[in-house]
Design a binder for this molecule. Structure first.
Ligand code: PLP
Ligand code: MN
Length: 326
């Protein structure tokens, strides 16, 4: 099949760029040094390629854990998020480790039949995670409740898009000092954290939870990350006016929280529900196909039911985005 036969908007994944991204990460952080985060692509077919390089995965939702287990990818899943309803987790045919940061999430893990946890530590991002000085006590409580505590995690998400590498390294060290202090009290083999933005600067974790690197987005490219833009959204030019053109891709097919998408050779003016208005440098015609580069990979992929693996204009495979939903 050719991309011109696809109904638009359609998610495209450049096979060469994807393969190169996976190989580059595996070279930088081989084996268990990277625990790929599947929330970025929500696609077990893609995770199967990552599993050739890395033994364990990070997931964000119970649904993602279920889908990974069902696909035979459940050897070592870290649910790097707080879960109050863990009922579906204990029964999974998988090794599942859940993040906890409170007595409530500890109790939910016990009630759900989860056996292994990590203590989620706040390292500076105002989101989940217990204060570092309280991590040891929560680990003691977890062990007293019969849980295995595998270690700590701490996500420095506020540093991911810091453009200056030296500055990012300095901030990362400060954040990880908190995680290491907590780990001294908690123990365990895992010190988990980091992401695509800090995969080179975070030298303190035992494993990096990188997700976006596989498909990439323009926010990470602008922040200086070396991975290739594998993900585009194929769209059709549906209207042309004096000075601008309109493509059939809008807010409902693009994650917009990191800003407008990019159209090579054009200036994007704005997106609305079903449209992107742009000023092309060279004339375009109604019916032309264009490739739009999303600014943020995760929320873009989550809007689509499938992604098409392409080599140039040839569609070589179609993958279900099968980890969507909750
Ligand atoms: N770990 C956690 C807990 C996250 O929430 C995220 C992304 O938001 C990541 C890791 C890293 O993801 P990425 O590599 O896409 O930046
Ligand atoms: Mn993201």
């Amino acid at each position: 099949m050719n991309v011109h036969d696809l109904t638009t908007p359609a998610l495209l994944v450049d096979a060469h760029a994807l393969t190169a991204n996976l190989a580059d990460m595996a070279a930088a952080l081989p084996g268990p040094r990277c625990r790929p985060h599947v929330k970025a692509h929500k696609t077990t077919a893609l995770a199967k390629l990552q599993a050739r390089h890395h033994p364990g995965f990070t997931v964000a939702t119970v649904r993602e854990a279920e889908g990974m287990a069902a696909a035979g990818l459940g050897d070592d899943l870290l649910l790097a998020n707080e879960v109050l309803d863990a009922r579906r987790l204990g029964a999974l045919d998988a090794r599942i480790t859940v993040a906890i940061d409170s007595p409530e999430t500890l109790q939910a893990a016990v009630a759900g039949g989860v056996r292994e946890v990590v203590i989620d530590v706040n390292v500076g991002l105002p989101r989940c995670g217990i204060a570092p000085e309280r991590a040891g006590a929560l680990a003691d409580a977890a062990r007293a409740a019969g849980l295995e505590v595998r270690g700590v995690m701490g996500y420095e998400g506020h540093l991911m898009l810091v453009p200056d590498e030296a500055e990012k390294a300095k901030y990362t060290e400060e954040c990880m000092a908190k995680l290491l202090a907590a780990h001294a009290d908690v123990g365990g083999e895992l010190i988990s954290g980091g992401g695509t933005g800090t995969y080179r600067t975070n030298k303190w974790v035992t494993e990096v939870q990188a997700g976006s690197y596989a498909l990439m987005d323009t926010a990470y490219t602008k922040a200086g990350l070396p991975f290739r833009q594998a993900l585009t959204v194929l769209a059709t030019v549906i209207s042309v006016s004096e000075g601008w053109a309109v493509a059939d891709v809008g807010l409902k097919a693009l994650g917009m929280d990191h800003g407008n998408p990019t159209i090579p050779g054009a200036q994007v003016w704005f997106c609305s529900d079903e449209h992107t208005t742009f000023a092309p440098e060279q004339p375009v015609a109604v019916g032309d196909r264009i490739r739009v580069l999303p600014a943020h990979v995760d929320p873009t992929v989550a809007l689509h039911e499938r992604m098409h693996l392409v080599d140039g204009d040839e569609v070589i495979d179609t993958w279900a985005v099968d980890l969507r939903g909750w």
